[in-house]
Design a protein around this ligand. Sequence first.
Ligand code: NAD
Ligand code: ZN
Length: 242
Amino acid sequence: MADFHSIVILTGAGVSAESGVATFRGPGGLWEGHRVEDVCTPQALARDAELVHRFYDERRAKLAQVEPNAAHLALARLEAQWPGELLLVTQNVDDLHERAGSQRLLHMHGELKSALCAACGVRERWDAPLPPESECPNCGTPALRPDIVFFGEMPYQMERIEAALAQADLFVSIGTSGAVYPAAGFVQTARHRGAATLELNLDPSEGSIWFEESRMGPAGTLVPEWVEEVLSQSTQSSPISR
Ligand code: NAD
Ligand code: ZN
């Protein structure tokens, strides 16, 4: 692998699978027994706020029972030891990347440990259950909802992500099915700008054809191997060539 200066990494549910966090498109396309339309759309929230809030309350509570795995830890090690630019963009709403030590991290689809005020837009750290009509600490309106980007809503930080993709000379996608846009299109943007593209996934994803290189296997094995490769090459190359 060549000497890279700027890496953008996209992760999806597959990176947390070995920690025991369910992926989205398991057998039957259900997320822990719920249909996407019932828990992950603005319409669902309007129709049955109790159900949607309870679903995310359960997932938030479960975070206490899971730990980062070797893939999260390897990505944090890469950030700490690799001398170039790096941005980790995750579609995951769990907090396993930050618990592993990643800091240059964007949660493009929101976070379980955050609440969003539908009235004033403020985002608030949230560790406890979040009953519907919880009052916003900023504006007092009973309008707090899970800070999750539902289908049909605009992901967070798209400008920063697009800017990083424009600079990147390597784009790596890990554990994502390549089915949810705009994240699924990042590989095409990166390629268009001339970046090398690598996919690490358990199975070929819907976007596999777009990647120059695809490695298939569990993230807990593939990611540490790849990080080791990048770090060993960066120590071999002369700092002057950067
Ligand atoms: P997805 O469930 O659609 O796809 C998961 C992908 O990971 C699949 O391609 C699968 O082959 C792969 N995978 C499964 N186990 C793996 C492993 N051990 N190692 C490597 N790869 C593995 O998930 P997605 O692509 O992230 O998209 C679904 C959406 O659901 C996202 O928008 C995300 O916000 C949300 N989601 C988040 C979480 C989380 O926070 N952990 C969990 C489920 C869904
Ligand atoms: Zn508010």
